[in-house]
Design a protein around this ligand. Structure first.
Ligand code: DP6
Length: 346
């Protein structure tokens, strides 16, 4: 008998950035972070997990049709944690099939370019963890599963909820309080939109994992960021989301992106993720807001040159119109060469 379960997990884009680990092994962050979950119609990972006593060759993962290396400590940590949780259920109820002892086969597909700086590791690990949790019929809440997904990739712990999600850094050494929770469901602020401008779909230069470790080790500015800037931004961002205050949401989002990239520039040697097209996108957002006489758009960048612009649905004509004028040929786009992807927030 083959046991099987499928799930999808969405991409999330942080508006308060996770950048820095206090424990690289357990993937414990130096600061809390907060993200907006994107619509699964546009960006998601679909993962099917199966297991059977007859699967003889050990665990495996196919990602976008290719066999993927699962020997890494992070993937192994996720498998181990989920198996332990299943084994506890089996110990409590001996009538349950011993799925925890069977090899796992995972098949995973993204509907967007992998490793293009589009948070593929977040959706990927979230889907992997959720699919196995479904297969094992674990009673764990999304927050409890976020403890496992975090060990796969930090940002993945924010992709299990939908809506507006906070990852609380926690202070315990074993990481048992470093987990995500739901700040507000997507329905709380349903007119939020994200435009993703794919400046380059090439694989990024410095991975987030290694970039953030270099920043922690060498940037003086970073100390100021984690002790003062991020705690204040977390508080403002939560208030902005709860009050649906777009101007405040936008200002904190842009300041956060700038602060994160300033710390990258302050890393020694410096790390540059944004390129000239990225900077043109920042100018475009500034000119949209100046013309509107109020803040109607906010940019943010992760560990790559691609730009995510948040705006409200009622401002879509103004924001999208301005982008097609200003950026023109600089944006390579994706999906039939469109200038970007309009994504509703899940
Ligand atoms: C800039 O979650 O990819 O996107 O934990 O090492 O896998 P690892 O890092 P990862 O880092 C994401 C960094 C970021 C900001 C964010 O998503 O909060």
């Amino acid at each position: 008998k083959v046991y099987r379960a499928s799930t999808t997990a969405p991409v999330n884009i942080a508006v308060v950035k996770y950048w820095g680990k206090r424990d690289p092994k357990l993937n414990l962050p130096t600061n809390s972070s907060l993200s907006v979950t994107l619509s699964q119609a546009d960006l998601r990972t679909l993962t099917t997990a199966s297991c059977a006593a007859s699967f003889a060759d050990g665990d495996s993962l196919m990602l976008n049709g290719e066999l993927s290396d699962i020997s890494g400590a992070r993937t192994q940590a996720c498998f181990r944690e989920l198996r332990a949780r299943r084994a506890a259920l089996e110990a409590a109820d001996p009538s349950l099939p011993k799925l925890s002892q069977m090899a796992l086969k995972l098949v995973s597909e993204n509907n967007f370019p992998t490793a293009a700086g589009l948070a593929s590791s977040a959706a990927g690990f979230a889907a992997l963890v959720q699919a196995i949790a479904n297969l094992y019929e674990l009673p764990d809440s999304p927050s409890q599963l976020s403890l496992v997904a975090r060990q796969g990739s930090g940002s993945a712990c924010r992709s299990l909820f939908g809506g507006y999600v906070a990852w609380r850094m926690g202070d315990k050494e074993d990481g048992s309080d470093s987990m995500a929770d739901l700040v507000a469901p997507a329905s709380h602020w349903p007119n939020m939109r994200a435009l993703i401008l794919v400046v380059s779909a090439a694989k990024k230069g410095v991975s987030s994992t290694s970039g953030m470790q270099q920043t922690v080790a060498t940037s003086g500015l970073f100390q100021q960021r984690i002790s003062n800037i991020v705690p204040a931004n977390m508080a403002s961002m939560e208030q902005a989301v709860k009050a649906r205050d777009f101007a405040k949401f936008a200002e904190v989002t842009m300041r956060e992106s700038n602060s994160f990239h300033a710390c990258c520039a302050d890393t020694y040697p410096p790390i540059f993720y944004m390129n000239d097209v990225s900077k043109a996108a920042i100018r475009a957002v500034e000119s949209i807001n100046a013309k509107a006489g109020k803040t109607i758009a906010a940019y943010t960048f992760d560990a790559g040159p691609n730009c995510v612009v948040y705006y409200l649905d009622e401002e879509a004509p103004t924001v999208l119109g301005a982008f097609s004028d200003v950026l023109g040929s600089g944006v390579t786009g994706w999906k039939e060469g469109s200038a970007g992807v309009k994504s509703s927030v899940k």
